[in-house]
Design a protein around this ligand. Structure first.
Ligand code: ACO
Length: 402
């Protein structure tokens, strides 16, 4: 038909859509969001049901392969992931090269980027068997890399994965375990962390996922594309928001300002201060993930018998915001990351690690979206146009004449 696309082509016009607020970059069958109604579904399944009944490994399979696995498919997928958790000893040495106080996000993306050098046979995006192997390697090794980045920042020894354990137990043991002792994380915490990973597992064409697709659209390999996605996630307006929320809550706690004074600053846009963990490009109603996380935060803190003043501050901020015209008019509600930091902190993760945990969760989404793109015959290299606003043609002036 003669759609807007061909009209623009015929006339040589381009659309200018800063931030792509109204431009679809692809067709996708993975995740559905209705931002006005607060609906999120992976492959048709409501996020609430997956958070309640599924596991992160099963949800990863669902996102990547499009259907819930049978028992044998799930066993096979789980076992394959468990077999691939070890890192090459040479890759392990990379961790010694970073400064002790290195932020774990660039350590994570560097290590993922480096993975491609260890698997040179896996770099053809159209070799389905190798792509499946890279998928499993990434799902298996990212938790190990993430845990090592954490240990390294503490100056603690790196443990070997224990492949009898599930993904979350293995990861937490690598992050917190002592080589000389058995390590067991409270099952309530294992379930909570597993659930948080499910909640982050995909969110259609967000900044990091679009990055993964864009890099992959040039037919760069899966490791390179995911490494780029990790960088995209790191910013405070995206995945970095979860640590920014905790920093914000700590600042309020330690300052002389009360919660109301802080909110006045936000509304007056003083020095660009925002209520971190609030607002979303797509959700103009409550983020359904935030509702689940808030409940989990309550459960985890009571299980641990920890009262956290930061949770009280967060709840008070939310209460003010939900009744304030500034936030109501702009449809600003808590997003998934408003309460996650409080849970991660209660589990013992330092603030720097929060965005790494987001990356662990988002990984299957990145992989699923990259694979969908590669398999889609309609895919073209991502190459946006621009509206040029610079100088017109002018003559070069030699240095001595300027
Ligand atoms: N606090 C205060 N005001 C806000 C906030 C906030 N958190 N978010 C948006 N606004 C205001 C803006 O100042 C703007 O006001 P104006 O119309 O008077 O200029 C209006 O609401 C619209 O905001 P935009 O920035 O245009 O909305 P956009 O869709 O571009 O941004 C974003 C969405 C980046 C999530 C934004 O709401 C934000 O910065 N939130 C805080 C950071 C955050 O929590 N990010 C996590 C996002 S979810 C995720 O990645 C998991």
């Amino acid at each position: 038909g003669f759609g807007i696309g061909s009209l623009l082509k015929e006339t040589g016009l381009v659309t200018l859509d800063a931030g792509f607020t109204n431009t679809a970059s692809c067709e996708s069958a993975i995740t559905y969001i209705d931002g006005d109604e607060g609906v999120l579904r992976y492959r048709g399944y409501p996020i609430e049901q997956l958070a309640e009944g599924s596991t992160f490994v099963e949800t990863s399979f669902l996102l990547i392969h499009g259907h819930l696995p049978s028992e044998s498919e799930l066993t096979d997928f789980t076992e394959r992931i468990q077999r691939h958790t070890l890192l090459h000893e040479d890759l392990k040495r990379f961790f010694d090269g970073f400064p002790r106080d290195a932020h774990p996000m660039p350590v994570l993306s560097s290590a993922v980027s480096a993975l491609s050098t260890f698997y040179p046979n896996s770099l053809n995006p159209f070799d389905a068997e190798q792509v499946e192997l890279s998928t499993v390697r990434l799902l298996a090794k990212l938790p190990t890399i993430a845990a090592y980045a954490h240990r390294k920042s503490l100056g603690q020894p790196l443990l070997y994965p224990d492949n009898r354990l599930g993904l979350v137990e293995n990861f937490t043991r690598l992050a917190f375990g002592n080589p000389a002792e058995d390590y067991e994380l409270d099952p309530v915490l294992v379930k909570a962390l597993d659930q948080l990973l499910i909640l982050h597992a995909d969110h259609e064409q967000n900044c990091s996922t679009s990055t993964v697709r864009l890099v992959g659209s040039g037919q760069a390999n899966l490791f390179a594309s995911v490494s780029a996605g990790i960088h995209a996630l790191s910013g405070p307006l995206h995945g970095g928001a979860n640590s920014a929320v905790l920093d914000m809550l700590e600042t309020i706690k330690n300052s002389d300002d009360d919660v109301d004074t802080f909110m006045t600053k936000v509304k007056n846009k003083e020095k660009g201060v925002r209520l971190m963990g609030f607002g979303h490009r797509v959700y103009k109603n409550y983020d359904p993930r935030a509702a689940i996380v808030k409940k989990t935060a309550d459960e985890v803190l009571s299980q641990l018998g920890k009262r956290d003043e930061l949770l009280d501050i967060a709840m008070r901020l939310e209460e003010i915001a939900l009744n304030d015209d500034y936030f109501i008019e702009r449809k600003l509600y808590p997003n998934v990351d408003f309460y996650t930091g409080i849970i991660y902190k209660a589990m013992g993760f330092p603030t720097k690690m929060f965005t790494v945990l987001f990356a662990l969760g988002r990984l299957p989404g990145w992989i699923a979206q990259w694979r969908e793109m590669i398999a889609d015959p309609a895919t073209k290299i991502g190459r946006p146009r621009q509206v040029y606003v610079g100088e017109g043609a002018r003559d070069y002036v030699p240095l001595q004449s300027r």
